[in-house]
Design a binder for this molecule. Structure first.
Ligand code: FE2
Ligand code: FE2
Length: 222
């Protein structure tokens, strides 16, 4: 069940793990049947890198927000961008990552297709109709809707942004936007950290970005 959205930034009293995300991959095998169902859709737009890393961040966030429904957050994160696998691939970079990319038609299309995929794959795996509806509410508009509806929606959005702070995320996302790593890292600090909704995500992003800047020598390679 989705929980109401708390005041922003969403506070936590629990200690936040800010260690490199590679130290805490997504745990368990309970979602493996979903991964197998969407394997083809993970092969577009580097979803096979973006989605597992984002899931690992989602689990970290859920561990410090125990009032959130972790299964809803985790399944929503796993599926949220699978819709990229069913849109015209040639338009992903040309429209989805340039100009006013948040309002590009292709962005709305990947959200709609993601919901169609969730409705295809989840019921045969035993997920209830209500759960599937809750997942689709989060996937639909995850890039294009301004506000988060619920705590789970907010944590999914933060996990979707956090992967970019890891050096793998900087490598891929900088390339999509046609940028070098240093200016892209600057953009993360200026534009993406202010968009984060939870205190835990802000702490993780800040620490991860400092680590990535040092690793990639962005002070020198500008
Ligand atoms: Fe997306
Ligand atoms: Fe995403």
């Amino acid at each position: 069940m989705p929980q109401p959205l708390p005041p922003l930034p969403i506070a936590t009293d629990l200690p936040v793990d800010t260690s490199p995300i590679s130290l805490t991959p997504a745990s368990g095998v309970d979602l493996d049947p979903i991964w197998r169902s969407v394997e083809r859709e993970t092969r577009t737009r580097e979803n096979d890198i973006h989605l597992p890393i984002s899931l690992a961040y989602a689990e970290r966030l859920c561990s410090v927000y125990p009032q959130a429904d972790p299964l809803l957050v985790r399944v929503s994160v796993l599926l949220h961008d699978t819709g990229w696998g069913r849109v015209d691939e040639s338009r992903i970079i040309s429209e989805g990552f340039s100009g006013d990319w948040r309002k590009a038609a292709i962005r709305f299309e990947h959200e709609k297709q993601g919901c169609i995929i969730a409705r295809e794959v989840l019921p045969p795996l035993g997920y209830s109709e209500q759960f599937v509806d809750d997942v689709c509410d989060i996937i639909d508009g995850h890039d294009t809707r301004r506000e988060a509806y619920s705590l789970e929606d907010a944590l999914m959005r933060d996990a979707d942004r956090l992967w970019r702070f890891d050096h793998a995320g900087i490598a891929l996302a900088a390339d999509w936007f046609g940028m070098h790593p240093a200016p892209y890292a600057d953009r993360l600090a200026e534009e993406i950290i202010p968009e984060l909704l939870s205190q835990a995500a802000i702490e993780i992003a800040t620490t991860e970005l400092a680590r990535s800047n040092a690793l990639l020598k962005t002070e020198v390679l500008r």
